[in-house]
Design a protein around this ligand. Structure first.
Ligand SMILES: NC(=O)c1ccc[n+]([C@@H]2O[C@H](COP(=O)([O-])OP(=O)(O)OC[C@H]3O[C@@H](n4cnc5c(N)ncnc54)[C@H](OP(=O)(O)O)[C@@H]3O)[C@@H](O)[C@H]2O)c1
Length: 271
């Protein structure tokens, strides 16, 4: 069994949403990252490009975007990462979009490019947090979460909260698996499945369907707990839930395929 429920379409994608795992020879999944120049967006761009996606890394400044793309490509010269720099509007024009701005800029930035986002799956990875002395404290945005604020701003898009808990350092280190459960929630199940399929292609990552977007409040706020643990124990923790042993970790890629165990694609099976 995988983290994606049985009523996903056979290729793991949902109706009206392009499959994230292209068959051999198919066009790569194209993803735009709004606010992609920060640690989170840049790390996600590198990781997604490494699993075969084609990325537009967006910014308010084209030149900042170019600089960040150059840095990623220079760091991983042998990986042939397909990452293009551009304005946030160019990133928003891609078929699937991730918002990686600070929490208080997410809805405003989404509104600025709303015309490009109509009908699309939009993932938000932002967390509303504040640091008070040595403590990280969660802030509750007016609609309960950053993701809910973005969904309210984009009524014609399908917003999912995802990737809140993965530290950028681990996400962007392509020599290591991601190690962790990626909690995803949305009021649009096809959006959850679509993001889950992409996440499940990341080595070591396991996508979990966490229900409706109302749960984004807990998911985003829990980031404060993880960051507190990092400070307390001088480490960077990753989330791995027990009791889900029947949900495989897709370390070999291949993505979810209904309720049967996800089989790695033949070409990815090691000798
Ligand atoms: N860092 C992590 O390890 C990590 C991991 C998971 C999730 N997250 C979450 O992801 C979000 C981004 O994290 P980050 O560390 O990458 O943040 P960041 O560096 O502070 O911001 C990311 C980018 O957002 C853009 N931005 C900043 N202020 C903006 C504004 N007022 N309006 C529009 N765009 C603005 C900037 O890009 P331009 O100036 O180029 O436009 C910036 O490079 C946060 O909410 C964080 O909680 C972070």
């Amino acid at each position: 069994m995988t983290a994606v429920p049985a009523d996903a379409t056979p290729n793991g994608a949902a109706d009206g949403v392009a499959a994230a795992s292209p068959a051999s020879g198919a066009e790569p999944t194209r993803i735009g990252i709004i606010g992609g120049t920060g640690p989170a967006g840049a790390a996600l761009a590198a990781r997604l490009a490494d699993i075969g996606c084609e990325i537009t890394l967006g910014s308010r400044s084209k030149y900042r975007s170019m600089e960040v793309v150059d840095n990623i490509v220079d760091r991983w010269p042998d990986r042939h990462l397909r990452i293009h720099p551009g304005a946030n509007s160019l990133a928003a024009a891609e078929p699937t979009v991730v918002i990686a701005t600070p929490w208080d800029a997410a809805a405003i930035t989404a509104r600025d490019v709303a015309e490009h986002l109509r009908g699309k799956v939009v993932a938000t990875m932002s967390n509303a947090l504040a640091r008070v002395d040595d403590e990280f404290v969660p802030l509750i945005p007016p609609r309960g979460s950053v993701a809910a604020s973005v969904q309210a701003t984009l009524p014609d898009s399908r917003v999912a909260a995802a990737l809140q808990h993965v530290p950028a350092t681990e996400l962007g280190n392509l020599d290591e698996p991601v190690h962790g459960d990626i909690l995803i929630c949305s009021d649009h199940r096809e959006a959850t499945w679509h993001i889950a399929e992409i996440v499940d292609r990341m080595p070591g990552a396991r996508a979990l369907d966490c229900g409706n977007l109302s749960n984004a409040t807990a998911i985003e706020a829990f980031t404060a707990v993880l960051m507190q643990l990092n400070t307390r124990y001088r480490t960077r923790v990753a989330l791995r839930l027990v009791g889900l042993d029947h949900v495989p970790i897709s370390v070999l890629g291949g993505g979810p395929s209904g309720t049967e165990a996800a089989q790695p694609a033949a070409e990815t099976v090691p000798d």
